[in-house]
Design a binder for this molecule. Structure first.
Ligand code: NCD
Length: 304
């Protein structure tokens, strides 16, 4: 039995296969419509979510399966003090596969160690968010035709943004990747990523504060929200929340085929006027998220 805790749980070849399945699903939806008949997905979300939870549920429903779960800690027995280890033992009796989001780093890993069904990390604190990364890789591969040989700028909250941490880990394995990290001093990527992931593997990167300084170099711009819920005090959040706002003027400085991704939800960091720019692909990204989650469910349930 296999779980998904980090994008590194899959080799590059396995990721390719997963994306091939997702592309096939995109083209031949009917072929997959009953592959999960009789199967049940549990979504155990101890933290807010719109896309991730609903895209998992939608993915399972499109495969013919059924879904159950809870959308907040206070609507589950966590409010009574039940541990994640106990909860997953119970869920293992009700469902065939579980997607779990939790504010504590490592909680889905603890669950996986006690589970009788595959557990998918749907976001653990400020740590990792592997299925968002699968979505991001799928979007880039589908729209750019490849995953290597590009300069990717990650902008915003690089300290607390778990989507950023997972994406760096995944992309470092492709040739010709050059990272540019764009953040205020306080929200720089954590040392464990800079030292253990980038320096150790000799991955080229630079860190800058101003987006304008690097806009023309980028093939991909990955915008992120300042992660309000992970700040220790409101004052710091208020000071940093509007540090970056992507506008039409800034888009004018970018390459004609640059692409803007965002895991969403967006707050103020991308002006709505940018949505109509064909290079803004963050809403297309959501669609790819459902296909790749369908492919993931099928793979973990060993149905493909
Ligand atoms: C992200 C998350 O939860 O980390 N959202 C998502 O799943 N698409 C990004 C965010 O909340 O900023």
């Amino acid at each position: 039995m296999r779980h998904l805790m980090s994008p590194l749980d899959f080799s590059v070849e396995e990721l390719d296969r997963l994306m091939d399945i997702a592309s096939d699903i995109e083209k031949n939806r009917d072929k997959y419509a009953h592959m999960c008949d009789g199967k049940v997905l549990a979504t155990c979300f101890y933290e807010p979510s719109t896309r991730t939870r609903l895209s998992f549920e939608s993915a399972m429903l499109h495969l013919g399966g059924r879904v159950l779960g809870f959308a907040s800690a206070d609507s589950s027995s966590a409010a009574k003090g039940e541990s994640v280890s106990d909860t997953i033992r119970i869920i293992s009796c009700y469902a065939d596969i579980c997607a779990m989001r939790h504010p504590k780093e490592g909680a889905p890993m603890v669950a996986a160690s006690k589970s009788r069904i595959p557990v998918i990390n749907a976001g653990d604190g400020g740590h990792q968010h592997p299925t968002q990364t699968l979505t991001d890789l799928m979007t880039i591969r589908s729209l750019k035709g490849q995953l290597g040989n590009m300069t990717i700028g990650l902008c915003g909250d690089l300290k607390f943004g778990r989507t950023v941490h997972s994406l760096i880990n995944a992309l470092k394995r492709y040739p010709g990747i050059n990272f540019i990290f764009i953040s205020p001093e306080e929200l720089r990527i954590p040392d464990y990523i800079r030292i253990d992931v980038l320096d150790r593997n000799n991955i080229p990167y630079k860190e800058v504060i101003k987006l304008e300084d690097v806009m023309s170099e980028l093939d991909i711009l990955y915008m992120t929200r300042v992660q309000k819920e992970r700040f220790f005090n409101e004052e710091d959040y208020v000071r940093l929340k509007d540090f970056y706002i992507l506008t039409k003027e800034k888009m004018d400085m970018a390459k004609k085929d640059m692409m803007v991704l965002h895991p969403l939800p967006r707050v103020n960091e991308i002006s709505v006027e940018v949505d109509d720019d064909p290079r803004a692909v963050y809403f297309k990204q959501v669609q790819y998220g459902m296909y790749i989650r369908m492919a993931l469910i099928l793979t973990l349930l060993e149905l493909v």
